[in-house]
Design a protein around this ligand. Sequence first.
Ligand code: GLU
Length: 286
Amino acid sequence: MTFRTRFAPSPTGPLHLGHAYSALLAYDMARAEGGEILLRIEDIDQSRARPEWEAQIYDDLGWLGVSWSQPVMRQSEQQARYDAALDQLWEQGFLYACTCTRADIKAALNAPQEGSPLLGPDGVIYPGTCRPHKPSNIGPRPDAVLRLNMLMVLQALDIDHISFQETGAGPNGEMGNMAYGDMIQTVGDIVLARRDMGTSYHLSVVLDDAAQDITHVVRGEDLFEATKIHVVLQRLLKLPTPIYHHHKLIRDDQGKRLAKRDDARAISLYRKEGATPEDIRSIIGP
Ligand code: GLU
């Protein structure tokens, strides 16, 4: 099997040690397998993406010794494919328009619950306020927030479990062939098209991994739980499911995972202070 992976940063801040770990691991794995690594700029959030951060990504990766196959994919240029998938799912009746505000959702969740979890991999589990009783796909797809009707999807897929192959580990040490049970209780009706961006992380990542023929996804364990959403979307859109390799997160001295605002751990800062790529490799460890 060919090995084709990708590094998919969002240009919304500096690359930090966590990104360096992810990029170097994917690069090293691709080299060890005689495969290749692609680069994807995940810039669907145009309110936060900046060209200077994108330029810094290329520069930092080059300095780290990571090289990638061309072309680079930029998500902000892929809207036509996202629209086509949304049109298809709308016509099939799997989507519905949602007019809830955050406050509406919070209020609905404050109503007595039957002990169901409040948080899933996509944030608050939607209480279903706008969910129609039967498919609402009359007419063309509206320009609105669109949610996936998870119950309808699972019934249509007619599968009793969803699984994927994991060669790394999830946050609780999960390995091997991962099976998922209750997508209704633990994930719910996620948003596939956000109003501000006309797509969502989950939809774009699944479509782009397929468009770039990715066979192995190497990424942080913070995205492990989201993988079940990705597998459901792959089944629905008849796309292949890659092998997943979730890796450890690089944490700060307090044990908290690094975030974009942790500029102190920015690669550019280490560079300015005279560190070498080997220094970065030894700080992040194997
Ligand atoms: N763009 C995401 C990030 O920067 C990575 C998404 C992925 O690897 O699936 O965290």
